[in-house]
Design a protein around this ligand. Structure first.
Ligand code: TXA
Ligand code: MG
Length: 346
């Protein structure tokens, strides 16, 4: 799976990490910014590079579920079930932290987020580090911005700040992992992500709770409403009102990118207006999720005044995508207004 060159880069990356460096590496979800959890200077460097507040916990990446007892002091039966079923894969389990996990990694929490990524480069890197070590790795972007799904995104955003970037191609999932916490044996979804809710429910015999409000926002910074945002104002608008909203923006002379998935709803002559671009997204959630962040980054660089996104279907398969778009948006249907000064921010 890995070429000889990549193989030697992985060995060099493992050496850098063991020496206290930081290495960005691919996972199946998004690229991570990795540091050895046992090295406090390296972990501090992650917070500095990302400009992330130090009380926001990091996810710990490990080579396999057999490492779980080293990093978690208690593993509920349902957590084992999920680990055995979905790892390696886009699932993070929040479990009581073992004394082997330093407090600076978990932002002072008594719990730790653990995951086994499903990417050959990430697994080879973790394998090269050995079972005694694990990698703290948040998404390799500045705090609050869009997660990177290619090595080029990491290079653009973090550049020289990171010691090394491993290129494993574009990420297969494209959205961050699903985060699951536990209250006793009840699994609670703290962040929807790469594992569909239906798949989780099936493994847990239907016993899945999705956290609401405060529970999400206090302990999961990925749940802050300003997260995952492009620099260009983004509005999330229903199929019914998108034509109207779009028309008002264009009448104001604004350059607008329209991001849709149901092409038939858009006027056929849309391409004739030079101020407008229509960006067509896949009409199924896997493809849409894979492309979303790259699309937002690309459109962010094209000098639009506004990104108008057609709300994806209200179906369980689209939950993670709807969640990220809501967090990226400054305006949604019900409070959409353009004030007298042409300000389009909500
Ligand atoms: O797919 C992913 O999860 C990617 C790749 C690189 O693995 N990582 C990622 O990390 O998205 P980050 O740091 O950008 O987001 C991690 C989320 C944060 O919202 C954090 O609060 C939450 O995980 N988290 C980590 N440890 C936690 C804990 N002990 N309790 C509650 N939330 C936790
Ligand atoms: Mg992140």
């Amino acid at each position: 799976m890995t070429t000889p060159q990549l193989h030697s880069e992985i060995a060099a990356a493992a050496a850098r990490l063991k020496a206290g460096g930081t290495v960005a590496f691919p996972t199946e979800t998004v690229y991570g910014l990795g540091a050895d959890i046992s090295n406090p200077t390296a972990v501090r460097r992650i917070f500095e590079i990302k400009k992330r507040p130090s009380d926001h916990p990091l996810i710990v990446h490990m080579a396999g579920s057999s490492c779980l007892p080293r990093w978690a002091r208690h593993v509920p039966e349902q957590a084992w079930r999920l680990a055995e079923h979905f790892w390696p894969g886009p699932l993070t389990l929040i479990l009581p932290r073992s004394p082997c996990v330093p407090e600076n990694v978990t932002g002072g929490q008594d719990t730790v987020g653990l995951r086994v990524p499903d990417h050959p480069v990430a697994l080879a890197l973790l394998g090269a580090l050995g079972p005694e070590r694990a990698l703290a790795a948040p998404s390799a972007n500045r705090f609050g911005r869009i997660s990177p799904t290619t090595a080029a995104h990491v290079r653009e955003e973090l550049g020289e700040a990171v010691d090394m970037i491993l290129d494993g191609g574009p990420c297969r999932v494209g959205l961050e992992s699903t985060i699951v916490g536990f209250e006793g044996e009840t699994a609670i979804i703290l962040r929807p992500g790469g594992i569909p809710l239906a798949a989780l429910a099936e493994v847990l015999n239907g016993k899945v709770v999705v956290a609401e409000g405060a529970k999400r926002t206090t302990r999961v910074p990925g749940s802050l409403s300003s997260h995952y945002a492009p620099l260009t104002p983004l509005g999330l608008v229903s199929q019914e009102s998108i034509g109207h909203q779009f028309g008002s923006l264009v009448l104001k002379g604004l350059r607008v990118a329209l991001i849709g998935w149901s092409d038939q709803h858009f006027p056929p002559d849309i391409g004739k207006n030079e101020k407008v671009v229509y960006f067509s997204m896949p009409a199924e959630p896997e493809g849409y999720g894979r492309q979303l962040y790259a699309a937002l980054r690309q459109l962010d660089q094209q000098g639009f005044d506004f990104l108008l996104v057609e709300t994806p279907p209200d179906e369980t398969g689209w939950v993670a995508i709807r969640d990220r778009l809501q967090r990226a948006s400054c305006i949604s249907d019900f409070k959409f207004q353009i004030d007298e000064n042409d300000s389009v921010r909500g």
